[in-house]
Design a protein around this ligand. Structure first.
Ligand code: EPZ
Length: 421
C-alpha cells in the first residue's frame, strides 16, 4: 500500500493549480443518465472517486471515455441496467445519486444503500422523502432501495427540506429535471456545487432557477440534451492548499481558486494572521514566520465554514498561540484526525462535537494514519509544518479526492514523495 513521506519545514512558494471540484463532478456525472445524448465534462478532476463513479455508470450502460486533458465524455444512449449493486455503491455516497435519474428515465431502479467516509451515520431519508414527493414508490429491503415511478412518470412537487442537505438537494434537482411540471425545493443547500449542477441541468434543457439560494425552482422536461459543461473549481482543494501554505509558511497563488466560494475561510485565516487576497485568476496566500493567532470556528452549511475544511483548519490551529475551539455541527463523528495530530505533538481535547486545540510552539514528525479523506490531508498539512519526517499511511483516502497531491506540493518546494510497497 502506498504512503506519503514528508520532510517538514520547507516553505511553500509558487503556484498551485486548483482542479475541478470532486463533489460537483460526481453529481454532474450522474446527470449523464438523464439524456441519450453525450454529456462532455471539462476540468474533470482525475480521482479515484470519479473513476469509481465511472465504473458504476458503465455498468448501467453509460459509455464513459476520458478525453485529452481533463475531459470526460459520458454517453447513456441506452440504459442497460437499473440495478446498482452493493459493491459499487457502498464505498462512495455520491453513487446513490443514480437512483432518481434511473427512476425518472427508466421508471424503476434498485440501488444499494450507500456508504462513504466514516464520519457519521449519514442516512438518506431526505433523498427518499424527496423522491416520494415526486411520486416514486419506495421500498427498502435487504439493504437495497427499490423505487418505481407511477404510470405516466414522476411529477414535480413542493419539497421542504428539514435540513439543507447537499446530497438531497442535488438528487432532487437531477430527478426533477426529467419529471413533469415544476418542482420547488425550499431550504435547499446553497453550496457552489449546487449552482454548478443547476447550470449544467439548465444547459441540458431543464429550467433551473435559484440554484445557490434557499429556493430552487425546476421545470422538468420530457427529454434533455447532451452538452459540454466545465466543472467548477474545487473550493475544498483550495482551502487545503491555502491552509498548507499558512501552516508551512510561504507565499503561493492558487490558480483557478474562486475567492467568493471560501469567504468564511478567508475571514478565519485573516483572524489567524495569514494574508489571503484575490489574485489574477485565483487567490494569493502568504504567511511570514510570525506565530499564528488562535481562532474559534463552527462548521455550517455554505456560506458558513465548511465541514470539509475543518480537519485542515485544526491542523493549522495546533500551531497557534492560545486556544482555539472547533465545533463540528454537520457530522457527528468527524474528529478522527485529532488523535493522529496528537502523535505529532498537538494538544487537542475532544468533548462531543467540540475540539479544544491548545496551540504548541512546534510539531514533530511521526507515522500517522487516518480513516477519511479530509482527515488524511490534515495530517499532510501538519507534516509539512512539523520538524522531521512524517509518514502518512492509508494514502488511498487521499487519492479519492486530491489529484496529484505530491506533485502539486513539491512543485512549490515541499519535500514530499509517495512510496509504494
Ligand atoms: C456532501 O455530503 C459532500 N459529499 C461531503 O463531502 C460534505 O461534507 C457534505 O456535503 C456537507 O458539505 C459529496 O458531495 C459527495 P449532506 P452529503 O446531505 O451530501 C444529514 C468529502 O469529504 N442527512 O449535506 O452526504 C447527514 O447525515 C465529503 O468530500 C440526513 O440526516 O451531505 C449529515 O449529518 C464528506 N439525511 C448532514 O445531513 C439525509 O437524507 C449533512 O449531509 C441526508 C443527510
Amino acid at each position: 500500500m502506498d504512503r506519503i513521506v514528508i520532510q517538514g519545514g520547507a516553505r511553500l512558494e509558487g503556484r498551485i493549480a486548483i482542479s475541478g471540484a470532486k463533489n460537483s463532478a460526481l453529481k454532474l456525472m450522474a446527470a449523464a443518465l438523464l439524456t441519450d445524448e453525450p454529456l462532455t465534462l471539462t476540468n474533470m478532476p482525475r480521482l479515484a472517486d470519479s473513476r469509481f463513479m465511472g465504473h458504476l455508470l458503465a455498468r448501467l450502460g453509460v459509455r464513459v471515455e476520458e478525453g485529452p486533458g481533463a475531459q470526460m465524455q459520458l454517453h447513456a444512449a441506452e440504459i442497460g441496467d437499473t440495478f446498482a449493486p452493493y459493491d459499487l455503491v457502498r464505498k462512495m455516497r455520491a453513487t446513490f445519486n443514480v437512483l432518481g435519474p434511473l427512476v425518472a428515465r427508466e421508471g424503476q431502479a434498485r440501488v444499494s444503500l450507500p456508504g462513504g467516509c466514516a464520519i457519521g451515520a449519514r442516512p438518506v431519508d431526505l433523498h427518499l422523502r424527496a423522491l416520494e414527493a415526486l411520486g416514486a414508490e419506495i421500498e427498502l429491503s435487504e439493504g437495497y432501495v427499490d423505487a418505481r415511478a407511477p404510470k405516466g412518470g414522476l411529477v414535480g412537487a413542493e419539497i421542504d427540506l428539514p435540513f439543507a442537505s447537499v446530497g438531497a438537494t442535488e438528487h432532487t434537482m437531477l430527478t426533477a429535471s426529467l419529471a413533469r411540471g415544476e418542482t420547488v425545493i425550499e431550504n435547499a443547500a446553497r453550496e457552489p456545487e449546487i449552482a454548478d449542477l443547476g447550470a449544467c441541468l439548465t444547459a441540458m434543457g431543464a429550467v433551473v432557477e435559484g440554484a445557490g439560494t434557499s429556493t430552487i425552482r425546476i421545470q422538468g422536461r420530457e427529454r434533455l440534451k447532451g452538452i459540454t459543461h466545465r466543472v467548477v473549481g474545487d473550493r475544498i482543494e483550495t482551502t487545503t492548499y491555502a491552509l498548507a501554505v499558512a501552516a508551512a509558511g510561504g507565499d503561493a497563488v492558487l490558480d483557478g481558486a474562486v475567492w467568493a466560494h471560501n469567504k468564511a475561510l478567508w475571514a478565519a485565516m485573516h483572524e489567524a494572521g495569514v494574508t489571503a487576497e484575490p489574485a489574477d485568476e485565483g487567490v494569493r496566500v502568504a504567511r511570514n514566520g510570525d506565530r499564528l493567532d488562535s481562532v474559534d470556528i463552527e462548521t455550517q452549511p455554505f456560506p458558513g465554514f465548511p465541514t470539509d475544511a475543518q480537519a485542515q483548519f485544526m491542523a493549522l490551529m495546533t500551531l497557534a498561540a492560545g486556544t482555539s475551539v472547533i465545533r463540528e455541527t454537520i457530522f457527528e463523528n468527524r474528529f478522527m484526525h485529532a488523535p493522529e495530530l496528537a502523535r505529532l505533538g498537538a494538544d487537542i481535547t475532544v468533548h462531543g462535537n467540540e475540539a479544544i486545540v491548545r496551540g504548541v510552539a512546534r510539531l514533530k514528525g511521526a507515522p500517522v494514519m487516518a480513516t477519511d479523506l479530509r482527515a488524511s490531508v490534515s495530517l499532510v498539512i501538519a507534516g509539512l509544518a512539523a520538524e522531521g519526517e512524517t509518514v502518512v499511511n492509508r494514502v488511498y483516502h487521499l487519492d479519492r479526492g486530491f489529484e496529484r497531491l505530491e506533485a502539486k506540493l513539491s512543485g512549490c518546494g515541499a519535500r514530499i514523495e509517495r512510496q509504494s510497497e
